[in-house]
Design a protein around this ligand. Structure first.
Ligand SMILES: NC(=O)c1ccc[n+]([C@@H]2O[C@H](COP(=O)([O-])OP(=O)(O)OC[C@H]3O[C@@H](n4cnc5c(N)ncnc54)[C@H](OP(=O)(O)O)[C@@H]3O)[C@@H](O)[C@H]2O)c1
Length: 284
């Protein structure tokens, strides 16, 4: 598995599993728990969730699957890297602490490895950071970060005392959404903030894209794998595709070792031109 080093020295996998749309219905739960368990067996070690997903349902699915895998000896807790997020409306000094405790309860775990502010809301960033620092001091989270923060938000964050301790910014980054390459991604790299690329296959749209499929045929890969390998070509970027279907889980993991040659990169630039000016960050 391709890895990258966070600013605090921790090595994390460059590819993880997203969980949005999991935990929304009782009917799908058994299949979702099985999918996460299968992901562990295949070698996934990084998992992304949020209190928002299924209003706690995704955290509960993840918790059941991961605790099952730990109890069965398939993985150790210290091999897993768990990411969750607080709703902006819960991100006050006391609210974020309480929200994190609820998330930990649903996950059935003692700590979250990376806790993110899901997007900017009405609470002052300084208050959210105070909560994050308190959770860190209590060992309930190991580190914190943000999500959907554009360059001006990052600058505002870094102007705060604890701001530069932000470990990651999770943003929509894919071949179809590459506006952040112009300014935000270079800024994050320069400041030691990891980029987590969400919706890296544009919620399945890129898996059906003709140009990516053509590149894939030449390289012996699927269009989705080309889309993921393209995101992962950038140092300091973690991709978190969501998948429930076993074929998707396998394909996506294998994409972490797919190398795109110059011809493929050129063809992708043709189909998805790189940005020539700063564009506002897109949000899913
Ligand atoms: N921070 C934020 O604001 C934010 C926003 C959006 C997403 N996220 C995170 O990022 C994760 C990923 O983003 P996403 O779920 O929006 O979209 P995505 O990962 O780009 O796409 C997921 C969709 O693609 C399908 N798929 C997965 N692998 C495939 C493959 N190899 N071939 C064909 N289809 C494939 C999945 O199908 P199956 O499920 O049927 O296998 C699912 O329908 C989320 O789950 C969430 O954890 C964060």
């Amino acid at each position: 598995m391709k890895t990258l080093r966070l600013a605090d020295g921790t090595l994390v996998p460059a590819l993880g599993l997203g969980t949005w749309r999991m935990g929304e219905t009782r009917r799908a739960r058994v299949a979702e728990v099985a999918a996460v368990r299968e992901a562990v067996q295949l070698g996934y070690r990084l998992f992304d969730t949020a209190e928002m997903y299924g209003e706690g349902g995704a955290e509960s699915v993840l918790g059941e699957a991961l605790n099952g895998a730990i109890a069965a000896g398939e993985v150790r807790r210290d091999e897993l890297f768990l990411v969750s997020k607080v709703y902006p409306h819960n991100a006050s000094r006391r609210g974020a602490v309480a929200a994190c405790e609820r998330s930990l309860g649903r996950l059935g775990l003692e700590r979250i490895d990376l806790y993110l502010l899901h997007w900017r809301g009405a609470h002052a960033l300084a208050d959210t950071l105070a909560a994050f620092e308190q959770l860190e001091a209590r060992g309930r989270i190991v580190r914190w970060g943000v999500s959907n923060f554009d360059l001006d938000d990052m600058r505002e964050l870094f102007a705060l005392d604890a701001g530069a301790r932000c470990a990651a910014n999770q943003v929509w980054y894919s071949a179809g959404q590459r506006g952040s390459e112009y300014a935000l991604l270079p800024w994050l790299a320069e400041h030691g903030v990891a980029t987590m690329a969400y919706s890296p296959i544009d919620q399945a749209a890129l898996a059906r894209h003709g140009a990516l499929a053509a590149i894939g045929r030449r390289l012996g890969a699927s269009a989705a794998q080309v889309a993921l390998a393209w995101v992962l070509r950038r140092p300091g970027v973690i991709a978190i595709p969501k998948a429930v279907q076993a074929t998707h889980l396998r394909e996506n993991l294998a994409a972490a070792t797919l190398e795109l040659d110059a011809q493929a990169l050129h063809a992708i630039d043709g189909a998805f031109p790189p940005p020539h000016a700063a564009t506002p960050l897109a949000m899913n």
